[in-house]
Design a protein around this ligand. Sequence first.
Ligand code: NAP
Length: 258
Amino acid sequence: MLEGKVAVITGASRGIGRVIAMEFAKEGADVVVNYRTRSVEAEEVVERIRKMGRRAVAVRADVSDPSQVEEMASAAFEEFGRVDVLVNNAGIISRAPLEEVSPEEWDRVISVNLNGVFYAMRSFGIRMIRQGGGSIINVASVAGHTPLEGGGAYSASKAGVIILTRQVAVEWGPKGIRVNAICPGPVLTDMLRSEYTEEELRKRERLTPAGRLGRPEDVARLAVFLASDDSSYITGAVYDVDGGLSASTYRLLHELLR
Ligand code: NAP
């Protein structure tokens, strides 16, 4: 589905981003694997993609630093001549009641999860507009619709990503750029495992209508579709990939009241 396309995936050394990078390569794309600290893991992703016969490079850049993001965009265009798809996947979680969130912690979360998305859309978008088009996919979260218990900074950052997605889709639609957001529910990665014990994860599984937690592949397959020309009439859309979690308010209330 992605033959001949060049894609940049932020935060692709681990978790959801890593699987998006591999699925994109499987579908024929050349890939820029962005990471912040884990160079060994990022190089391993690059190696696996090259073994599939696709081109790949690892690029270190902290998405919360606009100059590093600009350097990454310039390096990607230099290496491949064009970038057709940008996936803003890099993100961090932070859990504390809002009254305990310091201004520094608030800034840290917003600067990676929200500012990082803006910086990358700007640096890559300007170049995509010049080349005549592109597809941008932002990984937000269902926590951007529904307040995450003890995760106010995270929820606010993801809500920002959702409205920014729609804003840019409207502004850049006439310039040939599509922008969509994916809102995962719980997906089994380091991030989720850092938040819950094994027992809590089993309980969450039982409370999810789909009867299981999400896999990175669940997100990656939607990203493939949104990156492909099959979704050429889709922009400004926001998709939940959550096994039915967001629709479960009354089901969960019922469970609690039983
Ligand atoms: P993860 O396993 O913790 O992986 C995070 C990735 O982001 C890593 O590759 C990390 O790079 C990279 N990263 C972090 N900060 C960065 C920065 N400042 N600059 C560049 N890269 C950075 O997380 P995940 O679960 O795969 O989450 C991926 C995305 O999905 C995030 O936006 C997250 O908010 C969203 N999401 C996840 C879930 C879930 O349940 N897992 C649910 C909803 C939404 P290094 O390894 O090099 O540090």
